[in-house]
Write a protein that binds this ligand. Structure first.
Ligand code: GLU
Length: 489
C-alpha cells in the first residue's frame, strides 16, 4: 500500500513552530517513501474558529516550502482551494459523512445516545474529583431502554452520541517513536462522537477521515497520545485497518517549559517577520527531535526528503534553542548572493524609511553579510550608510593616544589626498593600496588615520572596515563625510 500521511491543523489562528515540525515530519516521511502528503482542515470545534486562520496556516506552510499533494491549499491569488479525489478536505464540509458512519456504529450497538445534562456531568466530575477517582462519563445512558430513548428523542431533548468502549482488556499499539504503548480499556471513557450541535468531535472525525483518505501513517504531537486508544477502538468497531502512529515529543524552551506564546515568539509568521529565512527555519526545525546520525547539520529541504527516517527520531523533549536558530539563519544568510540578500533586506529597510537603489543596496549588504543574524537587523546595521547626517560625539574620532588637533590635521590631509584618487579607482582594493602607501610615505600611525576615517564614515565604534565602507559609499559621499568629521573637531 502506498504511504500516505497528512497534516491536520485546526484553524485557530496561526501555525505554531511545533505544528510546522509535525507538518514537516509528515511531509518528509511521505517524500522519503515515495508516498503522498495531504493537508486537511479540522474545523469541527466552531468555538475555536478564527477568521483567516486557514489562510494563515496555509501561507506559513507554503512559505516553508512544504507542498501538499492533495487536500487544502492556496491558489494563485491566495484563495483557499482543495485538490484530490478524497475531498472535501475541510471537516465542516463533511458533516453528512460523519452522520452516515455514526449511524453504522449505532446500528451495530457500538454507540449510544446520551441525554445527560451539563449539570449532571459537572456534578459527577466534582464527586469523582473529591473521591480522587479518575474523571469521566459513568455510562448512565449506556443501558437506556429503547422506549425511554424514543420518548426523549421525540420530546426534542438535547443529546450527544457516545462510543461504547469495552470495559475489559487493553489496547496496545507500537508507536514509531515511543515503541510499545499499552492502555487499560477500563480507563478509556465513553468518548462523545457527535456533539449536541450535531458536529462530530475531533476523535470521531479524525478516524473517519484518516480511514476514508487512506492515511497509512498518523504523525502528530505527543499531546494526542492519550487519544490514540480511543481511535484504535473506533477502527476496530468499524473493522478498518489501523494505521501506524508516530507521536512527536514536545517542543520546550531552554527553561524546559512548553513553547508557548507567553514566553515569546512561537508562530512561523513571527519568525518570518523577524527576518528568519524559510530554509533556516526548516533546517533548524528538522533537527528538533531528528538527526542524521552523523555530524552534518546543514540540510536543504530536498536533502531532508532523502534522509528522513523515524529510526532517528528521539522521544525526548526537543529544546528550541534560540542561539542555534540564529546560527542557522546566519549560515543561510552567508550563502545568499548579495543581490538576493539585498532584495530580502529591502522590505525591512523600506519600513525603516531607508530607501535606496538596488545597486547600492547590493554593495551595502556585502558590508554586513558576515555579521547579519536576522534580516530585521539590517536597518540598524546598515542605517549609517543611508543617513543624511551621522550622530556621534566628536571625541570618538580621536584614536587612543592621538590628540584632537592631530586628528583634525590628518582628516584634512586625508581629504585632500582622497580627492586625487579618480572615480575609476574608487574601489575597496585600490583605496587600500593607495591610502596604505600614503600612510607609509608620510609615516603616519595606521590607527591615527584609519580610526578617524572609519568613525567619520560610520559614526560608530563598531563598523565594517574603512576601505570597504568608502568603496560602497562612493567618492562624493566619502569626501563629504570626512569633511564633516573634520569640522566637528
Ligand atoms: N486537529 C488536530 C490539531 O489541531 C490534529 C491532531 C491529529 O493530527 O490527529 O492538532
Amino acid at each position: 500500500m502506498p504511504i500516505k500521511t497528512r497534516f491536520a491543523p485546526s484553524p485557530t489562528g496561526f501555525l505554531h513552530v511545533g505544528g510546522l515540525r509535525t507538518a514537516l515530519f509528515s511531509y518528509l516521511f511521505a517524500r522519503k517513501n515515495g508516498g503522498e502528503f495531504l493537508v486537511r482542515i479540522e474545523d469541527t470545534d466552531q468555538e475555536r474558529f478564527v477568521e483567516g486562520g486557514i489562510e494563515n496556516i496555509l501561507r506559513s506552510l507554503q512559505w516553508a516550502g512544504i507542498q501538499a499533494d492533495a487536500g487544502v491549499w492556496l491558489g494563485e491569488k491566495g484563495e483557499v482551494i482543495q485538490k484530490g479525489a478524497a475531498g472535501p478536505y475541510t471537516q465542516s464540509e463533511r458533516l453528512g459523512v460523519y452522520k452516515k458512519y455514526v449511524q453504522e456504529l449505532l446500528d451495530k450497538g457500538n454507540a449510544y445516545h446520551c441525554f445527560c445534562s451539563k449539570e449532571r456531568l459537572d456534578e459527577l466530575r466534582s464527586i469523582q474529583e473529591a473521591g480522587k477517582q479518575p474523571t469521566g462519563y459513568d455510562g448512565l445512558c449506556r443501558s437506556l431502554d429503547e422506549k425511554t430513548k424514543a420518548n426523549k428523542l421525540e420530546g426534542g431533548e438535547s443529546f450527544v452520541i457516545r462510543m461504547k468502549t469495552p470495559r475489559e482488556g487493553s489496547t496496545i499499539f507500537t508507536d514509531l517513536v515511543r515503541g510499545k504503548v499499552t492502555f487499560d480499556n477500563s480507563l478509556i471513557e465513553d468518548q462523545v462522537l457527535i456533539k449536541s450541535d450535531s458536529f462530530p468531535t475531533y476523535h470521531f472525525a479524525v478516524v473517519v477521515d484518516d480511514h476514508l483518505m487512506g492515511i497509512t501513517h498518523v504523525i502528530r504531537g505527543e499531546e494526542w497520545l492519550p487519544s490514540t486508544p480511543k481511535h484504535i477502538l473506533l477502527y476496530q468497531m468499524f473493522g478498518w485497518q489501523i494505521p501506524e502512529f508516530a507521536h512527536l515529543s514536545l517542543l520546550v524552551n531552554e527553561q524546559k517549559q512548553k513553547l508557548s506564546k507567553r514566553h515569546g515568539d512561537v508562530s512561523v509568521e513571527d519568525f518570518k517577520e523577524k527576518g528568519y529565512l524559510a530554509e533556516a527555519l526548516v533546517n533548524f526545525i528538522a533537527f528538533l527531535g531528528w538527526n542524521p546520525g552523523d555530524e552534518r547539520e546543514i540540510f536543504s529541504l530536498k536533502e531532508l526528503e532523502q534522509e528522513f527516517s523515524f529510526d532517528k527520531v528521539s522521544k525526548a523533549a526537543a529544546v528550541f534553542n534560540r542561539e542555534k536558530f540564529d546560527w542557522y539563519n546566519r549560515e543561510y544568510i552567508r550563502k545568499m548572493s548579495d543581490e538576493a540578500l539585498a532584495e530580502a533586506c529591502r522590505p525591512y529597510l523600506e519600513n525603516a524609511g531607508l530607501v535606496q537603489k538596488a545597486e547600492f543596496l547590493t554593495h551595502a549588504v556585502g558590508l554586513v553579510k558576515d555579521r547579519l543574524v536576522r534580516l530585521s537587523d539590517a536597518p540598524e546595521m546598515m542605517g549609517f550608510l543611508f543617513a543624511e547626517e551621522l550622530a556621534y560625539e566628536s571625541e570618538l574620532l580621536i584614536w587612543k593616544k592621538s590628540t584632537r588637533d592631530d586628528t583634525a590635521k590628518i582628516l584634512k590631509k586625508l581629504h585632500v589626498f582622497l580627492q586625487s584618487i579618480g572615480e575609476n579607482d574608487w574601489t575597496k582594493e585600490t583605496l587600500e593600496i593607495k591610502v596604505g602607501e600614503w600612510i607609509r610615505e608620510n609615516e603616519y600611525g595606521t590607527g591615527d588615520v584609519l580610526w578617524p576615517m572609519r568613525v567619520a564614515l560610520s559614526g560608530a565604534k563598531n563598523s565594517p572596515g574603512p576601505y570597504e565602507m568608502a568603496g560602497v559609499l562612493g567618492k562624493t559621499r566619502t569626501l563629504q563625510l570626512i569633511q564633516t568629521g573634520h569640522k566637528r573637531l
